[in-house]
Design a binder for this molecule. Structure first.
Ligand SMILES: C[C@@]1(CC(=O)O)C2=NC(=C\c3[nH]c(c(CCC(=O)O)c3CC(=O)O)Cc3[nH]c(c(CC(=O)O)c3CCC(=O)O)/C=C3\N/C(=C\2)[C@@H](CCC(=O)O)[C@]3(C)CC(=O)O)/[C@H]1CCC(=O)O
Ligand SMILES: NC(=O)c1ccc[n+]([C@@H]2O[C@H](COP(=O)([O-])OP(=O)(O)OC[C@H]3O[C@@H](n4cnc5c(N)ncnc54)[C@H](O)[C@@H]3O)[C@@H](O)[C@H]2O)c1
Length: 161
């Protein structure tokens, strides 16, 4: 099992290889955490294109090439091509960075969690790589719980009585 940590991504360089559905989902999750995200991909999902035009992410319109991950604090391989994702793994495996390869959990040095959050509460969820649908539904449930039961309010009352 993997141990959860909460890392500071503020202004850190995050490199995402591939600009499709999985890249979009992960970038949407990452955006509130303040990293500087650059996507390297010949194509870009239209919602990512919007983020690019709004200056929320950078985009290098090209295919991945060895060396692109240099100085990445976090690198996410999100292409639909096993060979490309494996090349990203090979480039990053000796680097001191957070590495996630979306089609091969054995090549990740961290798993991308499902995240439920409200205000200052952030909950990271994993099913330890065993059941992606379970991770998704538990994430939805916890998000619902945070929305409906006003935990922040309850919590902020502690210590005041
Ligand atoms: C939590 C979440 C975060 C996120 O991705 O945002 C996440 N996967 C989610 C969903 C999801 N993933 C997949 C499907 C389609 C399943 C199907 O139908 O078969 C769906 C369902 C969907 O998309 O609805 C396919 C899949 N996933 C992985 C592989 C490769 C492998 O297992 O080796 C393959 C096969 C790819 C292929 O076919 O090549 C690997 C990983 N996925 C992880 C995270 C890591 C820890 C997982 C865990 O905790 O168990 C891990 C181990 C590594 C990593 O990638 O970090 C997110 C739900 C959160 C949310 O939605 O809120
Ligand atoms: N880990 C997960 O949670 C999860 C969930 C579902 C699927 N997957 C895996 O993720 C992969 C990607 O899925 P998707 O739906 O995002 O695919 P997609 O087709 O929407 O996106 C693929 C992206 O990769 C880019 N790309 C292709 N070749 C490239 C190259 N040489 N260099 C740079 N970018 C390149 C394409 O331009 C495109 O933007 C799937 O093939 C599957 O293996 C992972």
């Amino acid at each position: 099992m993997k141990f959860p940590v909460f890392i500071d991504l503020q202004d850190r360089k995050i490199i995402v290889i591939g600009g499709g559905n999985i890249a979009l989902r992960r970038i949407q999750t990452l955006l509130p955490f303040g990293g500087k995200i650059t996507v390297i991909s010949p194509g870009l999902h239209e919602d990512l294109l919007d983020l690019f035009h709004n200056h929320q992410i950078g985009w290098l319109k090209k295919e991945y090439a060895k060396g692109d991950c240099k100085q990445g604090y976090m690198v996410l391989a999100c292409t639909n091509d096993r060979n490309v994702n494996y090349s990203v793994y090979k480039e990053t495996k000796e680097m001191d960075c957070y590495r996630n390869i979306c089609d091969c959990k054995e090549e990740c040095n961290f798993y991308f969690p499902g995240i439920a959050s409200k205000g200052e509460i952030v909950v990271g969820i994993t099913a330890s790589g065993t059941n992606h649908h379970l991770a998704k539904s538990v994430t939805r449930k916890i998000q619902q719980e945070l929305e409906t039961n006003a935990w922040e309010t309850k919590f902020s009352d502690y210590g005041k009585a």
